[in-house]
Design a protein around this ligand. Sequence first.
Ligand code: FES
Length: 577
Amino acid sequence: MERHNAEETHLRSQDWFGKTGKDGFIYRSWMKNQGHPAHQFKGKPVIGICNTWSEVTPCNGHFRELAQSVKNGVYEAGGFPLEFPVMSLGETLIRPTAMLQRNLASMTVEESIRGNPFDGIVLLTGCDKTTPSLIMGAASVDLPSIVLTGGAMLSGRFQGKAIGSGTDVWRFADDLKTGKMTAQEFEEAESCMSRSIGHCSTMGTASTMACMAEALGLTLPGSAAIPAADSRKKALAHMTGIRAVEMVKENLTMSKILTRKAFENAIMLNAAVGGSTNFVIHLLAIAGRIGVDLTLDDFDTIGSKMPFLLNLMPSGAFLMEDFYYAGGLPVVIKEMQKYLHADTVSANGRSIVENSTDARNWNADVIASVEEPILPEGGIAVVKGNLCQNGAVIKPSAASAHLLKHRGRAVVFETIEHYHAVIDDPDLDIDETCVMVLKNVGPRGYPGMPEVGNMALPKKLLEKGVTDMVRISDARMSGTAFGTVFLHASPESAVGGNLALVQNGDIIEVDVAARSIHLVVSEEELQSRRQNWQPIELGYQRGYVGLYVKHVMQAHEGADFDFLLGKSGHEIKRESH
Ligand code: FES
Protein backbone atom coordinates (compact mmCIF):
# COMPACT_ATOMS: atom_id res chain seq x y z
CA MET A 1 0.00 0.00 0.00
CA GLU A 2 1.18 3.46 -0.80
CA ARG A 3 1.33 5.88 2.06
CA HIS A 4 1.21 9.59 1.72
CA ASN A 5 4.60 11.16 2.42
CA ALA A 6 4.54 13.99 4.83
CA GLU A 7 6.32 17.13 3.78
CA GLU A 8 7.06 20.33 5.62
CA THR A 9 4.67 23.07 4.74
CA HIS A 10 4.50 26.82 5.09
CA LEU A 11 1.52 28.02 7.15
CA ARG A 12 -0.33 30.48 4.92
CA SER A 13 -2.17 31.78 8.03
CA GLN A 14 1.11 33.34 9.11
CA ASP A 15 0.89 35.60 6.04
CA TRP A 16 -1.87 37.28 8.08
CA PHE A 17 -1.30 36.55 11.76
CA GLY A 18 2.50 36.42 11.63
CA LYS A 19 2.84 39.93 10.22
CA THR A 20 4.36 42.84 12.10
CA GLY A 21 3.39 46.50 11.95
CA LYS A 22 0.01 47.92 10.99
CA ASP A 23 -1.16 44.93 8.94
CA GLY A 24 -0.38 42.37 11.66
CA PHE A 25 -2.06 44.61 14.22
CA ILE A 26 -5.24 44.76 12.15
CA TYR A 27 -5.28 41.04 11.34
CA ARG A 28 -4.91 40.05 15.01
CA SER A 29 -6.52 42.84 17.00
CA TRP A 30 -10.07 42.46 15.70
CA MET A 31 -9.86 38.68 16.10
CA LYS A 32 -8.89 39.18 19.72
CA ASN A 33 -12.29 40.73 20.40
CA GLN A 34 -13.57 37.13 20.46
CA GLY A 35 -11.32 36.26 23.37
CA HIS A 36 -8.56 34.40 21.55
CA PRO A 37 -5.30 34.60 23.55
CA ALA A 38 -2.20 35.90 21.78
CA HIS A 39 -0.47 32.51 21.49
CA GLN A 40 -3.21 31.20 19.19
CA PHE A 41 -1.86 33.46 16.45
CA LYS A 42 1.74 32.24 16.71
CA GLY A 43 2.49 29.50 14.21
CA LYS A 44 -0.48 27.23 14.84
CA PRO A 45 -2.26 25.60 11.89
CA VAL A 46 -5.49 27.53 11.45
CA ILE A 47 -8.33 25.19 10.59
CA GLY A 48 -11.38 26.73 8.95
CA ILE A 49 -14.57 24.90 9.83
CA CYS A 50 -16.86 25.51 6.89
CA ASN A 51 -20.34 25.25 8.36
CA THR A 52 -23.60 24.76 6.49
CA TRP A 53 -25.66 25.02 9.69
CA SER A 54 -28.96 26.68 9.05
CA GLU A 55 -32.45 26.42 10.46
CA VAL A 56 -33.75 26.35 6.90
CA THR A 57 -31.46 23.42 6.10
CA PRO A 58 -33.08 21.10 8.64
CA CYS A 59 -30.84 18.16 7.71
CA ASN A 60 -27.85 20.22 8.93
CA GLY A 61 -29.59 21.73 11.96
CA HIS A 62 -27.27 19.96 14.42
CA PHE A 63 -24.06 21.34 12.94
CA ARG A 64 -23.34 23.90 15.67
CA GLU A 65 -22.73 21.06 18.11
CA LEU A 66 -20.84 19.07 15.53
CA ALA A 67 -18.59 22.07 14.84
CA GLN A 68 -17.82 22.27 18.56
CA SER A 69 -16.62 18.66 18.52
CA VAL A 70 -14.39 19.45 15.53
CA LYS A 71 -12.98 22.44 17.41
CA ASN A 72 -12.20 20.27 20.42
CA GLY A 73 -10.16 18.01 18.16
CA VAL A 74 -8.36 20.91 16.49
CA TYR A 75 -7.39 22.39 19.85
CA GLU A 76 -6.23 19.00 21.10
CA ALA A 77 -3.93 18.66 18.09
CA GLY A 78 -2.43 22.11 18.63
CA GLY A 79 -4.36 23.93 15.94
CA PHE A 80 -6.51 27.05 16.00
CA PRO A 81 -10.09 26.43 14.80
CA LEU A 82 -12.15 29.19 13.22
CA GLU A 83 -15.69 28.45 12.18
CA PHE A 84 -17.31 30.27 9.28
CA PRO A 85 -20.70 30.06 7.58
CA VAL A 86 -21.28 29.54 3.88
CA MET A 87 -24.42 29.44 1.80
CA SER A 88 -26.44 26.45 2.94
CA LEU A 89 -29.01 24.76 0.72
CA GLY A 90 -31.99 23.05 2.32
CA GLU A 91 -33.37 20.66 -0.25
CA THR A 92 -36.92 20.60 1.05
CA LEU A 93 -37.55 24.34 1.35
CA ILE A 94 -35.54 26.26 -1.18
CA ARG A 95 -37.31 27.28 -4.39
CA PRO A 96 -37.28 26.71 -7.28
CA THR A 97 -34.67 23.98 -6.69
CA ALA A 98 -31.48 23.74 -4.63
CA MET A 99 -29.61 22.69 -7.76
CA LEU A 100 -30.02 26.21 -9.12
CA GLN A 101 -27.90 27.51 -6.23
CA ARG A 102 -25.35 24.67 -5.99
CA ASN A 103 -22.81 26.56 -8.07
CA LEU A 104 -23.45 29.79 -6.16
CA ALA A 105 -22.95 27.98 -2.85
CA SER A 106 -19.70 26.53 -4.18
CA MET A 107 -18.53 30.05 -5.04
CA THR A 108 -19.23 31.24 -1.50
CA VAL A 109 -17.14 28.33 -0.23
CA GLU A 110 -14.27 28.93 -2.64
CA GLU A 111 -14.02 32.64 -1.96
CA SER A 112 -14.48 32.28 1.82
CA ILE A 113 -11.63 29.79 2.00
CA ARG A 114 -9.24 31.58 -0.32
CA GLY A 115 -9.75 35.01 1.17
CA ASN A 116 -9.19 34.01 4.78
CA PRO A 117 -6.16 32.92 6.82
CA PHE A 118 -6.81 29.18 6.72
CA ASP A 119 -4.21 26.43 6.47
CA GLY A 120 -6.64 23.56 6.40
CA ILE A 121 -10.37 23.08 6.12
CA VAL A 122 -13.07 20.88 7.63
CA LEU A 123 -16.17 20.77 5.46
CA LEU A 124 -19.40 20.13 7.39
CA THR A 125 -21.84 18.69 4.89
CA GLY A 126 -25.16 16.88 5.02
CA CYS A 127 -28.23 17.76 2.98
CA ASP A 128 -27.96 16.89 -0.72
CA LYS A 129 -26.29 19.92 -2.30
CA THR A 130 -24.24 20.91 0.73
CA THR A 131 -21.78 18.08 0.07
CA PRO A 132 -20.99 18.70 -3.61
CA SER A 133 -21.05 22.49 -3.27
CA LEU A 134 -18.52 22.42 -0.42
CA ILE A 135 -16.26 19.89 -2.13
CA MET A 136 -16.43 21.82 -5.42
CA GLY A 137 -15.58 25.11 -3.72
CA ALA A 138 -12.78 23.66 -1.61
CA ALA A 139 -11.32 21.76 -4.58
CA SER A 140 -10.98 25.07 -6.42
CA VAL A 141 -8.67 26.29 -3.64
CA ASP A 142 -6.90 22.97 -2.99
CA LEU A 143 -5.83 23.31 0.63
CA PRO A 144 -5.60 20.25 2.91
CA SER A 145 -9.30 19.57 3.45
CA ILE A 146 -11.34 16.89 5.13
CA VAL A 147 -15.08 16.27 4.92
CA LEU A 148 -17.34 15.47 7.84
CA THR A 149 -20.80 14.40 6.73
CA GLY A 150 -23.48 15.06 9.35
CA GLY A 151 -25.14 11.64 9.33
CA ALA A 152 -28.61 10.37 8.51
CA MET A 153 -31.76 10.47 10.63
CA LEU A 154 -32.71 7.47 12.72
CA SER A 155 -35.08 5.12 10.92
CA GLY A 156 -38.70 6.23 10.87
CA ARG A 157 -41.59 3.91 11.71
CA PHE A 158 -45.24 4.29 10.76
CA GLN A 159 -48.06 1.85 11.45
CA GLY A 160 -45.53 -0.77 12.51
CA LYS A 161 -43.32 -0.54 9.44
CA ALA A 162 -40.01 1.16 8.73
CA ILE A 163 -40.44 4.22 6.54
CA GLY A 164 -37.69 5.99 4.67
CA SER A 165 -37.26 9.72 4.00
CA GLY A 166 -38.57 10.66 0.61
CA THR A 167 -39.12 7.15 -0.68
CA ASP A 168 -42.30 6.65 1.35
CA VAL A 169 -43.51 10.17 0.63
CA TRP A 170 -43.91 9.21 -3.03
CA ARG A 171 -45.82 6.07 -2.03
CA PHE A 172 -48.00 7.91 0.51
CA ALA A 173 -48.81 10.62 -2.02
CA ASP A 174 -49.99 7.98 -4.50
CA ASP A 175 -52.03 6.25 -1.75
CA LEU A 176 -53.63 9.55 -0.74
CA LYS A 177 -54.51 10.20 -4.38
CA THR A 178 -56.20 6.84 -4.75
CA GLY A 179 -57.91 6.88 -1.32
CA LYS A 180 -55.80 4.09 0.23
CA MET A 181 -54.67 6.55 2.90
CA THR A 182 -56.62 9.22 4.77
CA ALA A 183 -55.49 12.83 5.06
CA GLN A 184 -55.11 12.30 8.83
CA GLU A 185 -52.82 9.30 8.34
CA PHE A 186 -50.86 11.26 5.77
CA GLU A 187 -50.24 14.05 8.28
CA GLU A 188 -49.36 11.62 11.06
CA ALA A 189 -46.71 10.08 8.84
CA GLU A 190 -44.89 13.45 8.67
CA SER A 191 -43.68 13.21 12.26
CA CYS A 192 -42.95 9.50 12.00
CA MET A 193 -40.64 9.96 9.04
CA SER A 194 -38.36 12.67 10.43
CA ARG A 195 -37.90 11.56 14.04
CA SER A 196 -34.36 12.75 14.71
CA ILE A 197 -31.67 15.14 13.58
CA GLY A 198 -29.87 14.27 10.37
CA HIS A 199 -30.33 13.97 6.64
CA CYS A 200 -32.58 11.60 4.66
CA SER A 201 -32.44 8.05 5.97
CA THR A 202 -32.63 6.34 2.58
CA MET A 203 -29.88 5.92 0.00
CA GLY A 204 -31.04 9.22 -1.43
CA THR A 205 -28.72 11.92 -2.62
CA ALA A 206 -27.44 12.96 0.82
CA SER A 207 -26.46 9.39 1.74
CA THR A 208 -25.07 8.93 -1.76
CA MET A 209 -22.95 12.06 -1.29
CA ALA A 210 -21.80 10.86 2.15
CA CYS A 211 -20.69 7.55 0.58
CA MET A 212 -19.12 9.44 -2.32
CA ALA A 213 -17.06 11.61 0.04
CA GLU A 214 -15.85 8.52 1.92
CA ALA A 215 -15.22 6.57 -1.30
CA LEU A 216 -13.17 9.44 -2.74
CA GLY A 217 -11.08 9.36 0.42
CA LEU A 218 -12.15 12.76 1.70
CA THR A 219 -13.40 11.57 5.12
CA LEU A 220 -12.10 9.44 7.93
CA PRO A 221 -13.02 5.76 7.44
CA GLY A 222 -16.56 4.74 8.35
CA SER A 223 -17.89 8.28 8.39
CA ALA A 224 -20.79 8.00 5.91
CA ALA A 225 -23.14 5.67 7.77
CA ILE A 226 -22.88 6.92 11.37
CA PRO A 227 -26.33 8.33 12.25
CA ALA A 228 -26.46 12.02 13.14
CA ALA A 229 -27.94 11.26 16.56
CA ASP A 230 -25.26 8.69 17.47
CA SER A 231 -22.63 9.90 19.92
CA ARG A 232 -20.01 8.30 17.68
CA LYS A 233 -20.68 11.01 15.09
CA LYS A 234 -19.43 13.60 17.58
CA ALA A 235 -16.46 11.42 18.41
CA LEU A 236 -15.66 11.21 14.72
CA ALA A 237 -16.02 14.99 14.46
CA HIS A 238 -13.42 15.32 17.23
CA MET A 239 -11.07 12.95 15.38
CA THR A 240 -11.70 14.86 12.13
CA GLY A 241 -10.49 18.02 13.87
CA ILE A 242 -7.32 16.29 15.00
CA ARG A 243 -6.71 14.89 11.55
CA ALA A 244 -7.23 18.27 9.87
CA VAL A 245 -4.26 19.66 11.81
CA GLU A 246 -2.11 16.66 10.85
CA MET A 247 -3.11 17.01 7.19
CA VAL A 248 -1.84 20.57 7.21
CA LYS A 249 1.51 19.41 8.64
CA GLU A 250 1.67 16.74 5.92
CA ASN A 251 0.47 19.16 3.21
CA LEU A 252 -2.07 16.53 2.17
CA THR A 253 -3.99 18.72 -0.25
CA MET A 254 -7.24 17.79 -1.98
CA SER A 255 -5.59 17.24 -5.35
CA LYS A 256 -3.39 14.51 -3.80
CA ILE A 257 -6.54 12.66 -2.74
CA LEU A 258 -8.79 13.44 -5.70
CA THR A 259 -6.96 11.55 -8.42
CA ARG A 260 -8.55 9.84 -11.41
CA LYS A 261 -8.26 6.53 -9.52
CA ALA A 262 -10.16 7.98 -6.56
CA PHE A 263 -12.96 9.02 -8.92
CA GLU A 264 -13.03 5.53 -10.42
CA ASN A 265 -13.28 4.03 -6.92
CA ALA A 266 -16.18 6.34 -6.15
CA ILE A 267 -18.00 5.28 -9.33
CA MET A 268 -17.56 1.57 -8.52
CA LEU A 269 -18.69 2.03 -4.93
CA ASN A 270 -21.67 4.12 -5.98
CA ALA A 271 -22.80 1.14 -8.05
CA ALA A 272 -22.32 -1.18 -5.08
CA VAL A 273 -24.40 1.00 -2.75
CA GLY A 274 -27.06 1.82 -5.37
CA GLY A 275 -26.40 5.56 -5.14
CA SER A 276 -28.57 8.27 -6.61
CA THR A 277 -28.41 9.45 -10.22
CA ASN A 278 -27.48 12.86 -8.82
CA PHE A 279 -24.09 11.31 -8.08
CA VAL A 280 -23.28 11.63 -11.80
CA ILE A 281 -23.86 15.33 -12.06
CA HIS A 282 -22.04 16.19 -8.83
CA LEU A 283 -19.02 13.95 -9.42
CA LEU A 284 -18.58 15.40 -12.93
CA ALA A 285 -18.64 18.89 -11.44
CA ILE A 286 -16.09 18.01 -8.73
CA ALA A 287 -13.79 16.42 -11.33
CA GLY A 288 -14.05 19.58 -13.43
CA ARG A 289 -12.88 21.70 -10.49
CA ILE A 290 -9.91 19.57 -9.52
CA GLY A 291 -8.88 19.04 -13.16
CA VAL A 292 -9.50 15.29 -13.48
CA ASP A 293 -10.69 14.16 -16.90
CA LEU A 294 -14.02 12.39 -16.28
CA THR A 295 -16.85 11.88 -18.77
CA LEU A 296 -20.44 10.68 -18.61
CA ASP A 297 -19.43 7.50 -20.42
CA ASP A 298 -17.03 6.66 -17.56
CA PHE A 299 -20.00 6.09 -15.25
CA ASP A 300 -21.30 3.38 -17.52
CA THR A 301 -17.95 1.87 -18.49
CA ILE A 302 -16.57 1.77 -14.95
CA GLY A 303 -19.72 1.41 -12.86
CA SER A 304 -22.51 -0.36 -14.68
CA LYS A 305 -20.97 -3.84 -14.52
CA MET A 306 -20.31 -3.62 -10.78
CA PRO A 307 -22.38 -5.74 -8.39
CA PHE A 308 -25.13 -4.07 -6.38
CA LEU A 309 -24.71 -4.99 -2.71
CA LEU A 310 -26.58 -2.62 -0.44
CA ASN A 311 -30.20 -3.39 0.39
CA LEU A 312 -31.33 0.16 1.19
CA MET A 313 -34.40 2.09 0.08
CA PRO A 314 -35.28 3.23 -2.54
CA SER A 315 -33.87 0.17 -4.33
CA GLY A 316 -34.12 -2.14 -1.30
CA ALA A 317 -35.67 -2.54 2.15
CA PHE A 318 -33.38 -1.06 4.85
CA LEU A 319 -32.24 2.39 5.94
CA MET A 320 -28.96 4.17 6.76
CA GLU A 321 -29.18 3.28 10.46
CA ASP A 322 -29.25 -0.41 9.49
CA PHE A 323 -26.29 0.21 7.18
CA TYR A 324 -24.28 1.56 10.12
CA TYR A 325 -25.11 -1.39 12.36
CA ALA A 326 -24.13 -3.76 9.53
CA GLY A 327 -20.68 -2.18 9.38
CA GLY A 328 -21.04 0.77 7.01
CA LEU A 329 -19.11 1.60 3.88
CA PRO A 330 -15.85 -0.11 4.98
CA VAL A 331 -17.67 -3.46 4.61
CA VAL A 332 -18.70 -2.57 1.06
CA ILE A 333 -15.15 -1.42 0.29
CA LYS A 334 -13.75 -4.69 1.61
CA GLU A 335 -16.25 -6.67 -0.47
CA MET A 336 -15.36 -4.66 -3.57
CA GLN A 337 -11.60 -4.67 -3.06
CA LYS A 338 -10.81 -6.84 -6.07
CA TYR A 339 -12.24 -4.10 -8.31
CA LEU A 340 -10.94 -1.04 -6.47
CA HIS A 341 -7.67 0.84 -6.85
CA ALA A 342 -5.68 0.26 -3.68
CA ASP A 343 -3.01 2.83 -4.51
CA THR A 344 -5.00 5.93 -3.64
CA VAL A 345 -4.60 8.15 -0.60
CA SER A 346 -7.42 9.12 1.74
CA ALA A 347 -7.67 11.75 4.44
CA ASN A 348 -5.91 9.60 7.02
CA GLY A 349 -2.95 9.03 4.70
CA ARG A 350 -3.86 5.45 3.81
CA SER A 351 -5.93 4.06 0.95
CA ILE A 352 -9.63 3.31 1.44
CA VAL A 353 -8.86 -0.35 0.77
CA GLU A 354 -6.18 -0.48 3.48
CA ASN A 355 -8.55 1.29 5.87
CA SER A 356 -11.18 -1.41 5.37
CA THR A 357 -9.06 -4.52 5.94
CA ASP A 358 -10.61 -5.27 9.33
CA ALA A 359 -14.21 -4.44 8.41
CA ARG A 360 -16.79 -7.10 9.32
CA ASN A 361 -20.27 -7.52 7.98
CA TRP A 362 -22.76 -7.86 10.84
CA ASN A 363 -25.87 -8.22 8.70
CA ALA A 364 -25.76 -9.98 5.36
CA ASP A 365 -29.41 -9.01 4.72
CA VAL A 366 -28.29 -5.39 4.56
CA ILE A 367 -24.91 -5.77 2.81
CA ALA A 368 -24.69 -8.64 0.34
CA SER A 369 -21.45 -10.22 -0.78
CA VAL A 370 -19.81 -9.85 -4.17
CA GLU A 371 -20.31 -13.59 -4.68
CA GLU A 372 -24.05 -13.34 -4.04
CA PRO A 373 -25.00 -9.74 -4.85
CA ILE A 374 -28.53 -8.34 -4.85
CA LEU A 375 -28.02 -7.69 -8.56
CA PRO A 376 -24.96 -8.71 -10.58
CA GLU A 377 -24.95 -5.31 -12.26
CA GLY A 378 -25.78 -2.12 -10.37
CA GLY A 379 -24.72 1.40 -11.15
CA ILE A 380 -26.00 3.88 -13.61
CA ALA A 381 -26.53 3.16 -17.28
CA VAL A 382 -25.91 5.84 -19.88
CA VAL A 383 -28.19 5.59 -22.92
CA LYS A 384 -27.71 7.49 -26.14
CA GLY A 385 -29.62 7.91 -29.37
CA ASN A 386 -31.29 10.53 -31.52
CA LEU A 387 -33.38 11.60 -28.51
CA CYS A 388 -30.32 12.72 -26.55
CA GLN A 389 -27.05 12.57 -28.46
CA ASN A 390 -24.96 13.42 -25.41
CA GLY A 391 -26.71 10.85 -23.29
CA ALA A 392 -29.31 10.32 -20.59
CA VAL A 393 -28.98 8.29 -17.41
CA ILE A 394 -31.09 5.64 -15.69
CA LYS A 395 -30.64 3.69 -12.48
CA PRO A 396 -31.70 0.18 -13.51
CA SER A 397 -31.77 -1.08 -9.89
CA ALA A 398 -34.59 1.39 -9.12
CA ALA A 399 -36.47 0.63 -12.37
CA SER A 400 -38.95 -2.09 -13.37
CA ALA A 401 -37.16 -4.91 -15.20
CA HIS A 402 -39.98 -5.37 -17.73
CA LEU A 403 -39.74 -1.73 -18.84
CA LEU A 404 -35.99 -1.63 -19.44
CA LYS A 405 -36.74 -2.60 -23.04
CA HIS A 406 -39.87 -0.86 -24.23
CA ARG A 407 -41.56 0.69 -27.24
CA GLY A 408 -44.38 3.11 -26.62
CA ARG A 409 -46.31 6.15 -27.75
CA ALA A 410 -45.09 9.52 -26.47
CA VAL A 411 -47.35 11.65 -24.29
CA VAL A 412 -45.65 15.03 -24.18
CA PHE A 413 -45.71 17.69 -21.46
CA GLU A 414 -44.13 20.93 -22.68
CA THR A 415 -43.41 22.21 -19.15
CA ILE A 416 -43.88 20.96 -15.60
CA GLU A 417 -46.85 23.32 -15.27
CA HIS A 418 -48.42 21.74 -18.37
CA TYR A 419 -47.87 18.31 -16.78
CA HIS A 420 -49.59 19.37 -13.54
CA ALA A 421 -52.50 20.89 -15.43
CA VAL A 422 -53.38 17.79 -17.46
CA ILE A 423 -51.97 14.69 -15.74
CA ASP A 424 -55.12 13.83 -13.79
CA ASP A 425 -57.54 14.83 -16.53
CA PRO A 426 -59.68 11.72 -17.10
CA ASP A 427 -59.67 12.53 -20.83
CA LEU A 428 -55.87 12.52 -21.13
CA ASP A 429 -55.06 10.02 -23.89
CA ILE A 430 -52.60 7.83 -21.99
CA ASP A 431 -52.23 4.21 -20.93
CA GLU A 432 -49.49 2.24 -19.16
CA THR A 433 -47.69 1.43 -22.42
CA CYS A 434 -47.13 5.12 -23.19
CA VAL A 435 -43.86 6.98 -22.65
CA MET A 436 -44.23 10.17 -20.61
CA VAL A 437 -41.98 12.93 -21.97
CA LEU A 438 -41.33 16.11 -19.97
CA LYS A 439 -39.54 19.07 -21.58
CA ASN A 440 -37.93 22.31 -20.39
CA VAL A 441 -36.79 21.07 -17.00
CA GLY A 442 -33.06 20.95 -17.75
CA PRO A 443 -30.25 23.17 -16.40
CA ARG A 444 -31.21 26.20 -18.54
CA GLY A 445 -34.84 25.45 -19.24
CA TYR A 446 -36.24 25.42 -15.72
CA PRO A 447 -33.67 26.88 -14.84
CA GLY A 448 -31.78 24.71 -12.36
CA MET A 449 -32.74 21.16 -13.39
CA PRO A 450 -35.24 20.28 -10.65
CA GLU A 451 -36.00 16.82 -9.30
CA VAL A 452 -39.21 16.32 -11.24
CA GLY A 453 -38.15 13.55 -13.63
CA ASN A 454 -40.04 10.93 -11.62
CA MET A 455 -43.39 12.47 -12.57
CA ALA A 456 -46.26 10.84 -10.68
CA LEU A 457 -48.39 8.60 -12.88
CA PRO A 458 -51.90 9.67 -13.94
CA LYS A 459 -54.50 9.05 -11.25
CA LYS A 460 -56.62 6.90 -13.52
CA LEU A 461 -53.67 4.53 -14.09
CA LEU A 462 -52.70 4.44 -10.40
CA GLU A 463 -56.30 3.43 -9.65
CA LYS A 464 -55.91 0.60 -12.15
CA GLY A 465 -52.91 -0.62 -10.15
CA VAL A 466 -50.21 0.61 -12.54
CA THR A 467 -47.03 1.28 -10.52
CA ASP A 468 -44.47 2.26 -13.15
CA MET A 469 -44.18 3.69 -16.65
CA VAL A 470 -41.29 4.81 -18.83
CA ARG A 471 -40.58 8.49 -18.24
CA ILE A 472 -38.04 10.65 -20.09
CA SER A 473 -36.93 14.22 -19.34
CA ASP A 474 -34.01 16.59 -19.04
CA ALA A 475 -34.71 16.91 -15.30
CA ARG A 476 -33.11 15.15 -12.36
CA MET A 477 -34.84 12.81 -9.94
CA SER A 478 -34.71 12.74 -6.17
CA GLY A 479 -32.30 10.08 -4.99
CA THR A 480 -35.09 8.77 -2.79
CA ALA A 481 -37.32 8.10 -5.79
CA PHE A 482 -37.67 5.08 -8.04
CA GLY A 483 -39.12 4.01 -11.38
CA THR A 484 -38.14 3.49 -15.01
CA VAL A 485 -37.05 7.07 -15.36
CA PHE A 486 -34.59 8.36 -17.96
CA LEU A 487 -33.03 11.58 -16.74
CA HIS A 488 -30.52 14.34 -17.57
CA ALA A 489 -31.27 14.12 -21.34
CA SER A 490 -28.57 16.15 -23.04
CA PRO A 491 -28.70 18.41 -24.95
CA GLU A 492 -31.73 19.64 -23.05
CA SER A 493 -34.89 20.76 -24.79
CA ALA A 494 -34.41 24.45 -23.94
CA VAL A 495 -31.25 24.59 -26.07
CA GLY A 496 -32.88 22.76 -28.97
CA GLY A 497 -31.93 19.18 -28.23
CA ASN A 498 -34.05 16.63 -30.08
CA LEU A 499 -36.07 16.15 -26.88
CA ALA A 500 -37.63 19.51 -27.81
CA LEU A 501 -38.90 18.02 -31.08
CA VAL A 502 -40.88 15.09 -29.66
CA GLN A 503 -44.61 15.30 -30.37
CA ASN A 504 -47.61 13.47 -28.96
CA GLY A 505 -48.02 10.13 -30.72
CA ASP A 506 -44.34 9.71 -31.73
CA ILE A 507 -42.98 6.26 -31.03
CA ILE A 508 -40.04 6.01 -28.62
CA GLU A 509 -37.90 2.90 -28.18
CA VAL A 510 -35.70 2.36 -25.14
CA ASP A 511 -33.36 -0.55 -24.62
CA VAL A 512 -31.15 -0.23 -21.55
CA ALA A 513 -29.15 -3.40 -22.32
CA ALA A 514 -28.29 -1.93 -25.72
CA ARG A 515 -27.82 1.51 -24.11
CA SER A 516 -30.13 3.07 -26.68
CA ILE A 517 -32.96 5.57 -26.64
CA HIS A 518 -34.55 6.26 -29.98
CA LEU A 519 -37.23 8.49 -31.37
CA VAL A 520 -38.79 6.67 -34.32
CA VAL A 521 -39.12 9.74 -36.51
CA SER A 522 -37.22 10.25 -39.78
CA GLU A 523 -34.32 12.68 -39.90
CA GLU A 524 -36.18 14.65 -42.59
CA GLU A 525 -39.18 15.10 -40.32
CA LEU A 526 -36.93 16.06 -37.39
CA GLN A 527 -35.19 18.57 -39.65
CA SER A 528 -38.47 20.18 -40.57
CA ARG A 529 -39.60 20.29 -36.91
CA ARG A 530 -36.25 21.84 -36.00
CA GLN A 531 -36.79 24.67 -38.48
CA ASN A 532 -40.11 25.51 -36.87
CA TRP A 533 -38.89 25.11 -33.27
CA GLN A 534 -39.00 28.16 -31.02
CA PRO A 535 -37.03 28.19 -27.74
CA ILE A 536 -39.14 28.91 -24.68
CA GLU A 537 -38.83 32.38 -23.27
CA LEU A 538 -36.44 32.05 -20.32
CA GLY A 539 -37.20 35.51 -19.02
CA TYR A 540 -34.19 35.66 -16.72
CA GLN A 541 -31.78 38.48 -17.40
CA ARG A 542 -30.61 39.90 -14.11
CA GLY A 543 -28.94 38.72 -10.95
CA TYR A 544 -27.71 35.27 -10.16
CA VAL A 545 -30.31 33.49 -12.32
CA GLY A 546 -29.30 35.61 -15.30
CA LEU A 547 -25.68 34.58 -14.72
CA TYR A 548 -26.78 30.96 -14.32
CA VAL A 549 -28.66 30.63 -17.61
CA LYS A 550 -25.80 32.30 -19.44
CA HIS A 551 -23.04 30.09 -18.07
CA VAL A 552 -24.44 26.76 -16.92
CA MET A 553 -23.08 23.80 -18.85
CA GLN A 554 -25.17 20.80 -19.91
CA ALA A 555 -25.98 17.87 -17.64
CA HIS A 556 -23.42 15.53 -19.22
CA GLU A 557 -20.75 18.08 -18.22
CA GLY A 558 -21.91 18.34 -14.59
CA ALA A 559 -24.01 21.52 -14.95
CA ASP A 560 -21.22 23.63 -13.46
CA PHE A 561 -20.48 27.12 -14.74
CA ASP A 562 -18.14 27.24 -17.70
CA PHE A 563 -15.98 29.85 -15.92
CA LEU A 564 -15.50 27.69 -12.82
CA LEU A 565 -13.72 24.82 -14.53
CA GLY A 566 -10.27 24.21 -13.10
CA LYS A 567 -8.96 25.73 -9.91
CA SER A 568 -7.40 29.03 -8.89
CA GLY A 569 -5.41 27.72 -5.92
CA HIS A 570 -5.01 29.47 -2.59
CA GLU A 571 -2.57 32.25 -3.28
CA ILE A 572 -3.73 35.81 -2.65
CA LYS A 573 -1.13 38.29 -3.83
CA ARG A 574 -2.59 41.53 -2.49
CA GLU A 575 -3.08 42.83 1.02
CA SER A 576 -6.47 44.02 2.22
CA HIS A 577 -5.30 47.30 3.72
FE1 FES B 1 -31.92 17.05 3.21
FE2 FES B 1 -32.94 14.74 2.04
S1 FES B 1 -33.84 16.69 2.30
S2 FES B 1 -31.01 15.15 2.84
